[in-house]
Design a protein around this ligand. Structure first.
Ligand code: DC
Length: 230
């Protein structure tokens, strides 16, 4: 009998990866690690340093210099965790529309990804982790015990993103959000493919509580999952 020790959750922007990931990690007492924060931290640092998001060499050098740390929340302001870059709290700064605009471009370079993946694998090797991203089941933790690939319609994802932005007092028309998501989908498509052994979960119409219960019952604690050792 074995409960999955390493869980990979992948999927497109606003598919609900962080909601499911955080709830699963909480239920299991595992570390929740959202790898998107690393690419966002890099994008923020590039913006601040005036580095062109199309300059692979400069971005790769920056990726090697940044010390990115994710800790328990240090402020009770609705955050799931605190993100520190070279000691500075950038938890909300990495969610800005400016970062959103360039992050996919900065994340597309192989030399940048190699450094990010290396750091993510060090965390994965410790086990008892729910890791969330685009390429976790395919590249970062190809041997993960459980792989979930989340899907939701563009309309549903746009509604979720709008609600998330509203909660931070950012008002943006739904059509504009949907267009930005579609653009990110296209830019992220090269890394955002389900692993051959991933469970595809469509979560349109599921509440977070229903979704986490389904995953725990069917894929984490189910007899079959335990017998198969996944
Ligand atoms: O999940 P997110 O929206 O925070 O991700 C931000 C960007 O980082 C997104 O455009 C894709 C990229 N990303 C990636 O390429 N690989 C990952 N493992 C995680 C995120």
């Amino acid at each position: 009998m074995r409960v999955p020790q390493t869980i990979a959750i992948d999927g497109q922007s606003a598919a609900g990866k962080s909601t499911l990931g955080a709830l699963l990690a909480e239920a299991l007492g595992y570390l929740y690690f959202d790898t998107g924060v690393m690419y966002r931290a890099l994008a923020l640092a590039a913006l601040r340093a005036g580095i062109d998001p199309d300059d692979e060499a400069a971005l790769s050098e920056l990726a090697h210099q940044l010390v990115i740390d994710v800790t328990q929340p240090t402020v009770a302001d609705g955050r799931q965790y605190t993100v520190l870059v070279n000691g500075e709290d950038v938890t909300w700064a990495i969610r800005s529309p400016e970062v959103e605009r360039i992050v996919s471009r900065a994340a597309r370079f192989p030399s940048v990804r190699r450094e990010m993946v290396r750091q993510q694998q060090l965390i994965g090797q410790r086990g008892r982790v729910v890791m969330v991203g685009r390429d976790i089941g395919t590249v970062v933790m190809p041997d993960a015990d459980l792989k979930i690939y989340l899907q939701a319609s563009l309309a549903e994802r746009a509604r979720r993103r709008a609600a998330e932005l509203r909660s931070r007092n950012i008002d943006m028309p739904l059509e504009q959000i949907a267009a930005a998501l579609a653009e990110r989908d296209a830019l992220d498509a090269h890394v955002s493919q389900p692993a051959a052994d991933a469970i595809i979960l469509v979560n349109d119409g599921l509440t977070p509580a229903e979704e986490v219960a389904l995953v725990l019952n069917r894929f984490v604690y189910s007899e079959q999952a335990l017998e198969n050792g996944h």
